[in-house]
Ligand binder design. Structure first.
Ligand code: CO
Length: 202
């Protein structure tokens, strides 16, 4: 009989990941000074472009931290300011959901300056709860944006990071992921939303 090798760390299961996320969410909800509720489709702020940010004040930096807290509280990995009814070109992303500090990404006035390849993966959105569909996106993107001090920087991403950046940048232009579906899939999603609204589940 071969000797069984026991790993030091238990393999991560979807259940354990969900539990870790829920614990993080609860801790943030308890400690965050200010949380902003996420608005849902078809709130008009979601459907119009955000204003560019022109003033880089301490209040902006504070607001960005509130955006991260609000995103974690809603168990999201990305949040755009229009989703909390602030029509400005600000998005926050953390694809590791609070596990790796270096993954925290702030995109102010972001612009896609490079793109290549294709991917087709499932997306969801805090403003469209329960709707999940596969969306065509670029496989790699390069984004130029400003940080909270107004300094320009560039960031590249593939896979989930590319999807997250493109999804959030879409929000800053009033575009939702259902707008990127085929006519048929989009109509089905809208029908489902109407049903959820009718039942008071939206
Ligand atoms: Co979204």
């Amino acid at each position: 009989m071969p000797t069984e090798i026991k790993p030091d760390v238990q393999p991560e299961t979807p259940q354990s990941r969900a539990a870790v996320r829920a614990a993080t969410r609860d801790a943030i909800i308890k400690s965050a000074p200010r949380l902003h509720p996420v608005i849902k489709y078809p709130h008009p702020t979601l459907l119009r472009p955000g204003e560019p940010v022109t003033e880089f004040t301490p209040e902006l930096a504070q607001f960005v931290e509130e955006m991260f807290d609000s995103m974690y509280a809603a168990e999201g990995i990305g949040l755009a300011a229009p989703q909390i009814d602030v029509s400005k070109q600000i998005a926050v992303i953390d694809i590791s959901f609070h596990e790796q500090p270096e993954d925290k990404l702030i995109l102010i006035n972001p612009v896609v300056i490079g793109r290549s390849g294709k991917q087709f993966e499932e997306e969801g959105c805090l403003s469209l709860p329960e709707i999940r569909e596969k969306v065509h996106r670029d496989a790699w993107v390069k984004v130029r944006a400003q940080n909270v001090k107004g300094e320009f920087f560039e960031v590249e991403g593939t896979e989930l990071l590319a999807r997250a950046m493109l999804h959030e940048i879409d929000h800053l232009h009033g575009i939702l992921f259902i707008d990127r579906l085929s006519r048929l899939k989009r109509d089905l999603a809208l029908r489902r939303i109407r049903k959820l609204q009718k039942n008071g589940d939206w």
